[in-house]
Design a protein around this ligand. Structure first.
Ligand SMILES: [Zn+2]
Ligand SMILES: [Zn+2]
Length: 290
């Protein structure tokens, strides 16, 4: 086989010696290496050629061309389609939500079909569930940053049900306390000036039919583009190698056996039996949810 290749090469070289190998009139184009074969090229490995070289593509939207898969698109199909839509442009995905959940809550107006009386906690904060607008654009191949980013007040992620995920604070330097927690519904959410939002993992009550509780379900996507899952791994075990934000590299229910960086709800009580959805720093590069 080696000799055949060698002979072919010699023949090609011989042919080129007598005829023009390259068409002089061509305009070379830039080609980008696609080492992981996903159709997206690496902006840092380029070739200039008239014809597409093997293993190269004509776009440069895959800065993480290492064979790692990006955020599995099947994860986006889990979001409440009545509230959340997503669109992909190049190497980025834009997620838009109206913030309206598809589950019951005492935060619905009593005339709404999904209104139920409170099953956990003891008081409502003012206001009702209503339409809002949340938009975030994140890379389809999110990267771990060299330094992590503290989260701020307001939306730090979009949950699968539609409303935003908030962190462990209820005001500037004011951690969520027992009184605030008792105003949350079984979904771990309450209403605030900026709308209905989650702080805690949902409660283990019969009324909770969709939200993650001590399982491997998808919880949402964070502002740095990494997915947030429930406390458990796909195989039902608790992950043991999480970083301080609850993240690690491993397989998820959506990654089809490939390893990707993702967060978990950290399996520890915050106060009482409350479990925080996301109280750490973001390990990628967060974009603003506006
Ligand atoms: Zn809040
Ligand atoms: Zn995991």
């Amino acid at each position: 086989m080696k000799y055949v290749l060698y002979f072919s090469f010699m023949l090609l070289a011989f042919t080129c010696f007598f005829t023009a190998c390259q068409d002089d009139s061509c305009t070379p184009l830039s080609w980008y290496e696609d080492a992981d074969g996903d159709g997206l090229g690496n902006p840092n490995v380029t070739q200039s050629a008239c014809d597409q070289p093997d293993g190269y593509v004509d776009n440069n939207s895959d800065p993480n061309d290492t064979g790692a898969i990006g955020t599995p698109l099947s994860a986006f199909e889990e979001f409440n389609a009545d509230a959340v839509s997503y669109s992909i442009d190049g190497g980025e995905v834009t997620i838009v939500s109206n913030g309206v959940p598809n589950h019951t809550s005492p935060y619905w107006m009593e005339t709404e079909p999904l209104y139920i009386e409170r099953v956990v906690g003891d008081h409502n904060t003012p206001g009702f569930i209503g339409e809002r607008s949340y938009t975030v654009t994140v890379p389809l191949y999110p990267q771990l940053a060299t330094t992590s980013s503290a989260t701020g007040l307001g939306a730090i992620g979009i949950a699968v049900a539609g409303p935003p995920i908030f962190n462990d604070e209820e005001g500037p330097n004011r951690p969520l306390d027992v009184n605030t927690a008792s105003g949350l519904d079984y979904a771990g959410a309450h209403n605030g000036p900026s709308g209905y939002h989650y702080h805690l993992e949902a409660a283990d009550v019969p009324q909770n039919t969709t939200l993650s509780y001590d399982d491997e379900k998808l919880v949402g996507i964070m502002a740095d583009g990494f997915l947030l899952y429930g406390r458990k791994e796909l195989d039902g075990s608790y992950p043991t190698d999480l970083d301080e934000s609850g993240g690690h590299i491993g397989i998820t229910p959506h990654s089809e056996g490939e390893e990707i960086y993702h967060y978990h709800i950290i399996n520890e009580f915050y106060i009482g039996t409350y479990v925080m959805l996301f109280g750490g720093d973001l390990q990628g590069t967060p974009n603003t949810i506006f």
